[in-house]
Structure formats: C-alpha cells, structure tokens
Design a protein around this ligand. Structure first.
Ligand SMILES: [Cu+2]
Length: 176
C-alpha cells in the first residue's frame, strides 16, 4: 500500500470516528428527551408500557364473575336510577370538576356510571358489585350499570396498572 493511500485511509477512519462521537450522543439524548411527560411533569412510561396495542383483549380482573344484576333478594328496588358522569385522567376520577368525589345512593337504587377517559387508559371498578367497565383510552366512553343491593361504603377505583395506588380511587356510599 502506498503512503498516500494509507494516509487517506487513516483520515477516512478518523472522520468516521469523529462523526460517530459527535452524532451518537446527540442521538441518544434526543431519544431520551422524547419520553412523554404528563402535566405533573412525571414520566408516563409505565402507562404506555402497560397496554401495548397488540395485547389481547383484557379478560377482566380476578373478581367473582357473577352477573352484576344478581340482586340480593331481601333488598327491594327503589325504582330509581342514579346516573354518575365520571371522567378519568392521569391519575384521578372527576365529576363536575371534583376529584374522586364521594358517590351516594340509596339501597335498592340502580346505579349507572357513564365513564369517559379524557387522558390515558382507565376503567371504573367497584368489586363488591361486580361493576367493571371496559378499559378505554382517551378519548373514549363506556358505561356500567348495577343494583346497589348492599348497604355500606365501597371503594371505586381504576384497575389499570398501579393507578389505584396513584390516586384513582374514591368511595360509593349506599345508604339504607
Ligand atoms: Cu387508570
């Protein structure tokens, strides 16, 4: 190999390495900067990871799967249907701008929850009544209806990921 060819090869290698050093770190940090942030400034990675679009249809939580309409015989229906329009975001439920409001109904009421995700991927669950909506992405709606056939205080929550622990929970009070 001639000296000139060797010098050119060295120059070429040097140029390739220099470009690699300059471009690669910028590329990597550029990728990292693209992690989506929610309004609170926290990283949104886990939520996106929880439900890749290719995941099979959710089979539902491991709660008893009796139909939600199995009304306790000793409870007489009031004939009233109470409708709650609940929206969900990261990471709270809202009704009329109030976060995780206390819901109150009477024993024997039919309860209907009209549920809309305005941000992220969520559901609405009250395990004791087997009340479980579909899981929906923003902006989509679903609903669930059940009979409040037990008196007491029952937690409603989002069963997606750790959303319940992250603040997506409140209470339904069923008054006798
Ligand atoms: Cu959620």
């Amino acid at each position: 190999m001639g000296k000139l060819a060797f010098a050119l090869l060295v120059l070429l290698l040097g140029a390739v390495i220099a470009v690699g050093l300059l471009v690669l770190p910028g590329y990597i940090t550029g990728q990292a900067a693209q992690v989506p942030l929610d309004s609170a400034g926290t990283e949104n990675i886990s939520e996106a990871d929880e439900m890749p679009p290719s995941e099979p249809e959710w089979a539902g939580p491991a709660f008893p799967s009796d139909p939600g309409y199995a009304v306790n015989d000793s409870v007489s229906l009031t004939g009233e249907t109470v409708v709650f329009n609940v929206t969900a975001g990261n990471f709270k439920f809202m009704i009329d701008g109030e976060d995780n409001p206390n819901l109150t109904v009477k024993l024997g009421d039919v309860v209907r929850v009209e549920f809309t995700s305005t941000e992220g991927y969520h559901d609405f669950v009250i395990a004791e009544f087997n009340a479980i909506t579909d899981r929906v992405w923003a902006v989509n709606s679903t609903s669930v209806e059940f009979v409040a056939d037990k008196a007491g205080e029952f937690e409603y929550f989002c069963s997606v990921g750790k959303h319940r622990d992250m603040g997506m929970a409140g209470f339904l009070t069923v008054e006798e």
